[in-house]
Ligand binder design. Structure first.
Ligand code: HEC
Length: 103
């Protein structure tokens, strides 16, 4: 019985690990296809990928604000990076990807 419980815990841990790895891949793919055009080079003042100083004050606002601005737009940042066909989850994954590169 104890072993079964342990197995269940291991399986759940493995499954959630796989999910976050998949999210990371979606984030990178979504970023490359939809966000890199501005965030790769800093077009219109977009914070660049991997620019810690550029991202720090934005990250300090908290993830919820970043998600909201990524989805609804913010100043020169178009809603969903200008691609309304994107799923909310994919936009959030792309934001997570950029946050991860700025740490
Ligand atoms: C047309 C150019 C452009 C594209 C494409 C673009 N962005 Fe942006 N983004 C900007 C600009 C410009 C800013 C900075 C806005 C400001 O603070 O003035 C910005 C800022 C942001 C911010 C920070 C908002 C904040 O609160 O500081 C996030 C998050 C973001 N973009 C996510 C994304 C994601 C995700 C994508 C792709 C799905 C994307 N952007 C595509 C131009 C773009």
């Amino acid at each position: 019985m104890k072993a079964l419980k342990l197995l269940a815990i291991v399986l759940i841990a493995a499954a959630s690990g796989a999910a976050s790895a998949a999210d990371a891949a979606i984030g990178e793919k979504t970023y490359a296809a939809n966000c890199a055009s501005c965030h790769g080079t800093g077009v219109l003042g977009a914070p660049k990928l991997g620019d810690k100083a550029g991202w720090a004050p934005r990250i300090a606002q908290g993830k919820d604000i970043l998600y909201a601005h990524g989805l609804a737009g913010f100043k020169m940042m178009p809603p969903k990076g200008g691609n309304p066909a994107l799923k909310d989850a994919d936009v959030k994954a792309a934001i997570d990807y950029m946050i991860g590169k700025a740490k």
